[in-house]
Design a protein around this ligand. Structure first.
Ligand SMILES: NC(=O)c1ccc[n+]([C@@H]2O[C@H](COP(=O)([O-])OP(=O)(O)OC[C@H]3O[C@@H](n4cnc5c(N)ncnc54)[C@H](OP(=O)(O)O)[C@@H]3O)[C@@H](O)[C@H]2O)c1
Length: 308
């Protein structure tokens, strides 16, 4: 249900303003001078820019924005595997209900998906192909993608690969420990195709403001193991490479057999539309170090953003 309001609505609504990517997007739009609102299910936001919204509960939107970027949902593989029905109600049914309401009101919908919809062992995935989905989270993201695309015009799906950020506890731990000359124990049997928070926020914002429809990919250029990435991080921090001690997920009993293999994504359509190219590991590392050392408080801890 839509609530009534006479004020000029923000151009962009970020659904999931507390999420890693959503909070960075809000900060990015604000830094560009684009009017932006956001949703949160947390009670502490008192800002007029914040709409209280919990997926799966009644929706009361005070306005329809020009474009809505859907970032909220259950994002961890384990919760989805352990509670498939409850998480599907949020990640598929509630997301699609909200998307339909916003779309009916005239908004362009941008849904943030991931390479979990296309897990393969090696290589890159094109936007029109569908390799086997091996996880419940991947299946939920794919079903939500289909529902979003079925809206027709004014609907965009953006699949992204793994976001590396100093706000992700594992990477923050690595940065802190390597800076203190302490050892880290990254996995050699789990892979990522890294992109930075700055990269995803910048290009998502570009896609959102251009109102292009279809399936777009934002990807790293290379698939690397976590231990390879840890070694490259140590080198970029001029830390001793002996501090990086490879371990295995299997050895730690963290997998039931094969760990998920996160593929890189083909960015041909995104490149021809926006000029964006897959991010190199070197560029990811440079953004990561800048985020950690120069802008550690980006997001809701940043006073300029939390005072929204
Ligand atoms: N991070 C990545 O590497 C990556 C890569 C590719 C794609 N993606 C996709 O990008 C999107 C955002 O990812 P992220 O990593 O930024 O997410 P995140 O930091 O894990 O945040 C998820 C957000 O969803 C909110 N949420 C969960 N259940 C909710 C509910 N029932 N109602 C309302 N809000 C709810 C959470 O609220 P609380 O904060 O209150 O718990 C949280 O703010 C997701 O769709 C994810 O699949 C992420």
């Amino acid at each position: 249900m839509l609530a009534e309001s006479n004020s000029l609505p923000p151009k962009v609504l970020v659904v999931g303003g507390d999420s890693l990517i959503g909070s960075t997007l809000v900060a990015h739009f604000r830094s560009q001078g684009t009017s932006v609102g956001y949703t949160s299910r947390r009670p502490h936001h008192k800002s007029p820019a914040c709409i209280p919204l919990e997926l799966g509960k009644a929706i009361a939107l005070p306005y329809i924005p020009e474009v809505a970027i859907l970032c909220a949902g259950v994002t961890d593989f384990r919760s989805c595997a352990e509670q498939p029905d409850a998480t599907r109600r949020i990640n598929v049914h509630a997301v699609l209900e909200l998307a339909a309401t916003l779309h009916l009101g005239g908004a362009h919908i941008l849904y943030l998906s991931s390479n979990a919809v296309c897990e393969i062992e090696k290589g890159s995935v094109q936007s029109h192909s569908l390799p086997p989905i091996t996880t419940e989270l991947g299946a939920q993201k794919y079903d939500a993608e289909c529902g979003i695309l079925a809206l027709g015009e004014r609907a965009t799906v953006v699949r992204a690969t793994k976001v590396v950020s100093s706000r992700v506890p594992m990477f923050e731990g690595w940065l802190t420990r390597l800076g203190q000359h302490s050892k880290i124990f990254p996995w050699s049997d789990k892979y990522l195709c890294p992109i930075s928070l700055r990269f995803i926020a910048f290009w998502l914002a570009e896609l959102a403001l251009r109102h292009v429809s279809g399936v777009f990919h934002l990807s790293g250029e290379n698939l690397v193991s976590y231990s390879e990435f840890g070694l490259k991080l140590a080198a970029s921090m001029s830390a001793d490479c002996k501090l990086v001690v490879p371990s295995t997920m299997d050895g730690a009993g963290l997998t039931n057999g094969r760990p998920p293999q996160h593929a890189c994504l083909d960015m041909k359509l995104t490149t021809s539309t926006l000029g964006a190219t897959p991010q190199t590991v070197g560029s990811v590392l440079s953004d990561l170090l800048e985020e950690f050392y120069l802008t550690p408080a980006i997001g809701w801890n940043d006073t300029s953003v939390s005072s929204l």
